[in-house]
Design a protein around this ligand. Structure first.
Ligand code: HEC
Length: 155
């Protein structure tokens, strides 16, 4: 909105406020949870060769199954196997490689290194969908992958 000079004193506060709100929404300061489709691209590039394009792991027709390695996990039943709650912390830790006692590196690589960078606040506890949920800074691309995997869950 262009303000005429004579109106300036009256209009200015509104303009200023609008500018502040707009700057808070500017893309470079985007701290919102990434959308699933951002993670879908990462998944296609880095995970689908083992877990299949549909995430169903060994059951997937597109996964490359080698007899000499452990078949990749079915990523569509993670919530099912956890009382219907998607195990966000476990999934993040698995992808990241952090706390990786269960999967040997030669079965699934650790992605922590290249998935670093900017972080977004993510609720990781089981009360993730409530207002009380604690927010933990998580690398954006890791959070995007997590968001995508959540959409793959079968009820
Ligand atoms: C080289 C093959 C390979 C690639 C690439 C790979 N994974 Fe895996 N992944 C595996 C295997 C194998 C397992 C199961 C290992 C086991 O059970 O010991 C697994 C397990 C997992 C699990 C644990 C499932 C559970 O039950 O907790 C998650 C989550 C996962 N992968 C996500 C991903 C994501 C996301 C990517 C891409 C960023 C990825 N994986 C890339 C092979 C791979």
């Amino acid at each position: 909105m262009i303000t005429k000079p004579k109106m300036q004193s009256r209009v200015k506060p509104t303009v200023l406020l609008t500018a502040l709100v707009l700057s808070a929404c500017a893309p470079e300061k985007d701290v919102a949870m990434p959308e699933a489709r951002e993670g879908a691209m990462l998944f296609a590039e880095n995970c689908a060769m083992c877990h299949g394009t549909d995430g169903r792991g060994a059951a997937s027709e597109t996964a490359v199954i080698r007899n000499d390695v452990t078949p990749a996990a079915d990523l569509t039943v993670l919530a099912q196997g956890n009382d219907g709650v998607f195990p966000r912390q476990r999934v993040l830790a698995t992808i990241d490689g952090y706390n990786r006692q269960t999967i040997a590196r030669d079965r699934m690589p650790e992605f922590g290194g290249f998935l670093g960078g900017d972080t977004v606040p993510v609720a990781l506890t089981d009360d993730a969908l409530t207002d009380e949920a604690q927010l933990t800074p998580v690398p954006r691309r890791l959070a995007a992958l997590m968001a995508y995997l959540e959409t793959l869950q079968t009820p």
